[in-house]
Write a protein that binds this ligand. Structure first.
Ligand code: 6R9
Length: 659
């Protein structure tokens, strides 16, 4: 296979980084320096990682061994005999140095209401909540679910868990009550931390109500700690189970000793969608994960003292974990927590945010970039973005057009754009430019981060493709500190999903190419995962939500190309006998998915058909549906397994009518 023609433009690191005038030089300021460090990370991993782990983190008990285990066996561990405490590393160290240093800038939903949390205040808050959790009887290794809006207290809740060695599982507050219940049950959480309500674009979100609904099917949950965000009096309160955050914290002393944990003890579970219907609880560790989050942030965003870093991701996703909370705090940096939406009160909100807080590094998703670009340059240009140095993108491939707009209009041609490729499972960036060093090509995530040994494999034979100008599936050849260690309660699934498909490699689930210059280009998922606005959705999960409706016989869900969201959910449904295909039923089915999973899973297109394309043995051939919705019905490939070729015309007709 050869690599298709790429945009040929190459952007050198901007002057602002190469010639920083009065500011610190970038941590890595040339390709030669990157290559030297990268080479060291692969050739002398013990020295490299010992230095990084001791410079970056404070250990209670130093490790004597850097790494053990292998991808083949699936038993990797990092710094296994080291002990540390994550909240100590993220909070106490900086509070001791300078309690007035700002940890979080909180940009509340309503503009003009920003506030700050210093490291000194953060320490008190984290300790207070940790003591409350301790008073609930929670001890090291227990799991706590967090279902909260984007407010500093969400980070406080995470850090309070970390202080006691509790494992948190943050569930994105846009998920429905049944999705929340599924995760709470799978994680065996006995305590849920939430808020009375959320606010997004001035609209209240009934956060606590969703928790109440979810907990009807979670009898194991003993306590719900409720933070008062809006103070709406009508929010239900169950006195035998619910505890007000402010009352409980007021009853505790404001210091809580950090509990030492092993580097390999889990810090959190985070559920993500895979090829099958059931979400996977990806397990991340305390030592390796924290190191990965901190180091990638430092090098990829070139963080220095006095920088103000802003990542717009919700803490319910891995990007929020690594780059709103753990990475910035592990570096003692200032992180912006943004509660609102990019278009409230208008499409200049992000840029206003940059101006108001003098943000130096800004990190968002291609879907937001595309959406804001549609509103026109005026919204950007009216704000002073001169504080920015590095602007990042994550979540899906960024189209060269969107990249160029981001670079020219938002970055004003003065900033480095970092297109960061990584996953929930990788814990932190694995492929990304370094802003002071890497010449970028719009649309390419460029080169591997330190310690990441990439390979491109032939998808069928699993053979590693050597040299440049090749395409295949992306794999990683050796363990790295922040990689996931297992799936909660299902190590076999971990092995089967990531390590067994190509023995000796971590299989990322993405297609990729390496161009003639050695740059990596991510081509999107090769499994049944759809990427909608940078959020992973499993087709199987949406299908099972649809099948849960009494009128549905079968369903097949595929991703359709979408200018704004990258991919959109397109659902094909056949009905049971006796049900009529009509618009009302279609609306009801879309609603069914929203209620069962949440608004992010809303099918954009729902097509009722008489039949689905199937193999002779009765398996639905989603590939055909994918091609038809992409307008590529003339490139269906091998159709020999299709049991009834006559349905193709029907499919093309209904799809054309629906799109
Ligand atoms: C961090 C995050 C992971 C999937 C991943 C890939 C896609 C993420 C990307 C990208 C191209 C990038 N992805 N970043 N594709 N270029 N810079 O998004 O984690 O939600 O687990 O999604 O997202 O397909 O496999 P997660």
């Amino acid at each position: 296979m050869t690599v298709e023609a790429q945009s040929s433009a190459v952007y050198s690191p901007p002057e602002r980084l190469t010639n920083p005038e009065g500011r610190e030089k970038p941590w890595v300021s040339s390709m030669a320096q990157y290559e030297e460090l990268y080479k060291e990370s692969l050739e002398k991993p013990a020295e490299f990682w010992t230095r990084m782990a001791t410079e970056t983190l404070t250990w209670i008990k130093p490790f004597s061994q850097v790494t053990q285990g292998s991808l083949k066996a699936g038993n990797m561990a990092w710094f296994p005999d080291g002990q540390l405490n994550v909240s100590y590393n993220c909070v106490d160290r900086w509070a001791a140095q300078d309690p007035s240093r700002v940890a979080f800038v909180y940009e509340a939903d309503e503009p003009g209401q920003a506030s700050q949390v210093t490291y000194g205040e953060l320490l008190d808050k984290v300790c207070g909540v940790a003591n409350v959790l301790h008073s609930f009887g929670l001890r090291k290794g227990d799991t706590v679910a967090i279902y909260m809006p984007m407010i500093p207290e969400a980070a406080v809740a995470m850090l309070a868990c970390a202080r006691l060695g509790l494992v948190h599982t943050v569930v994105f507050a846009g998920f429905s009550s049944s999705s929340l219940a599924e995760r709470v049950i799978d994680a065996r959480a006995r305590v849920v931390i939430t808020a009375d309500e959320g606010l997004r674009g001035s609209r209240p979100i009934a956060t606590k109500k969703i928790v109440d609904e979810a907990l009807k099917s979670c009898p194991e949950v003993e306590k719900v700690l409720v933070y008062r965000r809006t103070g709406n009096e009508s929010v239900a309160f169950n006195a035998s189970r619910d505890v007000w955050w402010h009352e409980a914290v007021a009853a505790q002393r404001p210091y809580c000793p950090p509990v030492p944990v092993s580097a390999e003890d889990p810090l959190f579970l985070l559920y993500t969608s895979g090829s099958t219907g059931k979400p996977k609880g990806v397990v991340h560790t305390s030592g390796g994960y924290l190191l990965g989050a901190a180091l990638t942030l430092k090098y990829v965003f070139d963080i220095h003292d006095n920088d103000v870093f802003c990542c717009t991701a919700d803490i319910g996703w891995i990007t929020g974990h690594s780059y709103v909370v753990y990475g910035p705090l592990a570096l003692g940096s200032t992180s912006v927590i943004f509660e609102s939406v990019p278009t409230y009160p208008d499409a200049s909100r992000y840029w206003q945010l940059v101006q108001d807080h003098k943000i130096t590094q800004f990190y968002t998703a291609p879907t937001a970039i595309r959406a804001l670009r549609r509103h026109g340059d005026e919204y950007v240009k009216r704000c002073d973005l001169s504080s920015l140095r590095v602007i990042g993108s994550v979540g899906e491939p960024i189209n060269p057009d969107a990249w160029t707009w981001y670079n020219d209009v938002v970055g004003g041609g003065r900033c480095a754009v970092v297109d960061t490729y990584w996953q929930t499972e990788t814990g932190s960036h694995v492929i990304s430019p370094l802003p002071g060093a890497t010449p970028s090509k719009p649309g390419s995530a460029t080169f591997p981060f330190f310690g990441i040994e990439l390979a491109i494999l032939d998808p069928t034979t699993g053979a590693e493709l050597e040299g440049n100008d090749i395409s295949g599936v992306l794999a990683i050849k050796r363990p790295w500190p922040s990689m996931a260690r297992t799936i909660a309660g299902d190590h076999k699934r971990f092995l089967d999903t990531y390590l067994n498909p190509y023995p000796g490699y971590y299989f990322a689930g993405d297609g990729a190419s390496r161009d003639a210059d050695g740059y990596y280009w991510i081509r999107g998922r090769v499994d049944d995962v759809i990427n909608v606005s940078g959020h992973r959705m499993s087709t199987a999960e949406v299908e099972s939500a649809l099948i849960g409706h009494h009128a549905v016989a079968e369903s097949a869900v595929v991703g359709a190309p979408d200018d704004l969201t990258g991919q959109a959910i397109c659902a094909f449904v056949t009905l049971k006998d006796g049900f009529d295909a009509n618009d009302e039923l279609k609306t009801e089915l879309v609603k069914e998915v929203r209620t069962r999973i949440g608004p992010i899973a809303t099918p954009k297109i729902l097509i009722l058909v008489d039949e689905l394309p199937k193999t002779r043995s009765g398996k639905i051939i989603r590939r055909i549906l994918r091609k038809v919705v992409a307008g590529e019905a003339d490139q269906l490939g091998d159709l020999s397994t299709l049991s009834d070729p006559s349905i193709l015309d029907m499919l093309v007709r209904v799809v054309t009518a629906a799109l």
